[in-house]
Design a protein around this ligand. Sequence first.
Ligand code: ATP
Ligand code: MG
Length: 558
Amino acid sequence: MNKVNTPVAGPNFLKQIIEKDLKENKHEGRVVTRFPPEPNGYLHLGHAKAICTNFGLALDYNGQCHLRFDDTNPETEETEYVESIQNDVKWLGFDWKQNKFYASDYFQQLYDWAVLLIKNNKAYVCSLNEIETRKYRGDFTTAGQNSPYRDRSVEENLDLFSRMKAGEFSDGTHVLRAKIDMQSANMNMRDPLLYRIKKVNHHRTGDKWCIYPMYDYAHPLSDAIEKITHSICTLEFQDHRPFYDWCIENLPVPAQPHQYEFARLNVTYVVMSKRKLLQLVKEKLVLGWDDPRMPTLSGMRRRGYTPQSIVNFAHRVGVAKAQSLIEFDILESSVRDDLDDVSHRAMAVLHPIKVTIQNLASDFCEELETSVHPKKVELGKRKLYFTKEIFIDESDFKENPEADFFRLSPGKEVRLRNAYVIKCNEVIKDASGKITELKCDYLPETKAGKPTSDGRKIKGIIHWVSAKECIDAEIRLYGRLCSVPDPENVPDGQDFKINLNPNSLSIIQNAKLEKNLAQANLENRYQFERVGYFCLDNKDSKPEHLVFNMIVDLATGH
Ligand code: ATP
Ligand code: MG
């Protein structure tokens, strides 16, 4: 478990409901929520919001939050996903304690209740094929028609259903349906499916079952079995609520959970559906589920986002009933807010040019000291080495500067951060005209922020590293996954992949980093001064070949 603060955000409609229920002693004063992922992919930022909401409410009201795998779709579900989901929830700092469950634990009970529905003439085996079923179902403007199998006798239904279970029929030949109302204005109430035949191996129950309950049937009953009090889901389930209630009302369940809906989290420049993210992984358009460009929790973890910043973001956007599209910038600013406090400072030159300090001896090496963090003294000091050859960033030199360029240029002066002022005497180029070296002098009286002897103002400060006392590293810079804010908004016949950003990854092979970063570890985050926030890549970085990911740049104005 991570040490993450799970702050309580301001009031929201879910809290109001819970507080009212507590006041009325509705569930004997209990608050039990659940986070019910289907283990068919890795969790994304939207799930993080659901996790923070469900676990957060349980924490706020001294209740419990269950982790329940809704594993009713054996074809798409895998143990790999079950494990990654648990890792991600823990990483966010939440604890389900002993309350980890699987819908598949309840398969027998769900079956027994289906039999009871048949006995009570509330469910029947329907043998229409898929196309006919759709036709009989009608649509929003046309009422449905009763299936010709709707009036099968209880005995015939019991016999067929047990033979479905015994594996006598092939996939798609029969289904079990609730007997509700084919004329209902709510399509979800037109005799919804309860069970279908799927002769597929299940990642937990193996070959035990060849009929599997539908999510809409399994979900309310799993909630009831676990005595969930507040079953919180996203808005698209609003129209499913009447069927949720129907299941609870028509079966002898041990508790009376109620479903509440809130708006899904959508964020600009990314897609947030496991199905779409899976496509990117399968088609190798990204490096995997944990590609640092992915909005998955494993991707964001690898990118270097802290769990705290994601929890803070979830609370910042809050829960509401209205759909909204949240700016990616808001996420990045939550990430920066947290990183500023925790990141160790360092200097790194991503696009180095060599600078030779002409008025220094070739073996000169002065140790300079500066802090690891400007505000957190407890993080201590770090050493820098000022030597005859140093590197500065290409972008900090201009041969023909505009009037407002205050960094280095021929004949001009600039301050090296935490060190001295230097003045550029000469620009050396290779045959192609590319600048290969700058020859400079340093001003000995200007050490660590001291003024020049005549008190001249030096406007620019740039970062640098010693050429002798530095290390090499690979740096990966990331752009947004998609190149437009709303990537799912595409012309007919196209899909979101046309909006992938082709320049979302750029790799710098030989960046020069201050030597202290040889000790960098996976737990820490680093601010490369004037550049951005970085961390070691948790997969590809090796002691002999360090790889740093850019987490986020410094916001403009920093
Ligand atoms: P996806 O569309 O990505 O496959 P899902 O809703 O099918 O997501 P589940 O595994 O069924 O994924 O979701 C588990 C829980 O997470 C559900 O309660 C669901 O409502 C919630 N959830 C999923 N996506 C979001 C989102 N974008 N914002 C908030 N909650 C979400
Ligand atoms: Mg789902």
